[in-house]
Ligand binder design. Structure first.
Ligand SMILES: CC(C)(COP(=O)(O)OP(=O)(O)OC[C@H]1O[C@@H](n2cnc3c(N)ncnc32)[C@H](O)[C@@H]1OP(=O)(O)O)[C@@H](O)C(=O)NCCC(=O)NCCS
Length: 183
């Protein structure tokens, strides 16, 4: 598929208020409720990017940095951070929004992988994605390492077959050479 899209074209924003039946015993938003909202938001971004039906292939990372209280206004923002052949990484940022004091706290983030599928659930090619902002460029660059890690953790790739992850643990050739010279 030759089409190329911008990250911003997949931007999805979902705003919700936390209701009592979504909270835990501390009256904060229950983690599983938040995960479901994040998955929904991310899946819309993925579908917006590839204009196809998508399925969640993996949840690569979720962090819970700050509790979200009952009555709180939760804003989820997701965008495709990198498109591969048939799969794409989607980043979800979650904010607790205080509309009265006009303050926003970044409470969570999650990183998902979606795959575009045809009517027989077979993976199909997706458009490439161009990052534009500084944040989009950073997330795009790191996505290949997260994909390799996710494939390793799911048993789909042998650690020794990784390319980008291995580079993190290998010394660059020029450093190796200069060490040899000193011996
Ligand atoms: C996701 C699914 C379609 C992949 O099908 P598959 O036959 O294994 O396909 P492939 O091995 O060709 O993988 C397809 C793509 O997904 C990627 N992928 C698969 N599992 C992955 C994982 N755990 N982490 C990261 N990427 C993954 C592959 O790397 C490949 O990416 P690429 O084509 O962009 O390089 C299939 O496993 C499935 O239907 N899973 C169930 C999905 C589901 O029910 N989700 C929850 C409800 S929506």
């Amino acid at each position: 598929m030759a089409k190329v899209k911008k990250a911003s074209e997949s931007l999805t924003i979902m705003t919700n208020i936390v209701l009592p039946n979504e909270t835990n015993s501390l009256r904060n938003l229950f983690g599983g409720e938040l995960l479901a909202k994040m998955d929904r938001c991310a899946s819309i971004s993925a579908a917006r990017h590839c204009e196809r039906r998508v399925v969640t292939a993996s949840v690569n990372h979720v962090s819970f940095n700050h509790p979200i209280p009952e009555g709180g206004v939760v804003v989820l923002e997701s965008k495709v951070s990198r498109a591969f052949s048939t799969s794409m990484e989607v980043y979800v940022d979650v904010w607790l929004d205080d509309p009265i004091n006009q303050k926003k706290i970044h409470t969570n983030e999650g990183i998902y992988t979606f795959v575009a599928v045809d009517e027989f659930n077979r993976p199909i090619p997706i458009p490439d994605m161009i990052p534009e902002t500084e944040e989009e460029i950073l997330r795009h660059a790191a996505a290949i390492r997260r994909k390799e890690l996710s494939l390793i953790l799911s048993g789909r790739m042998k650690p020794l077959d990784s390319v980008e992850l291995k580079k993190l643990f290998q010394e660059p050739e020029d450093v190796k050479e200069s060490k040899k010279d000193k011996k």
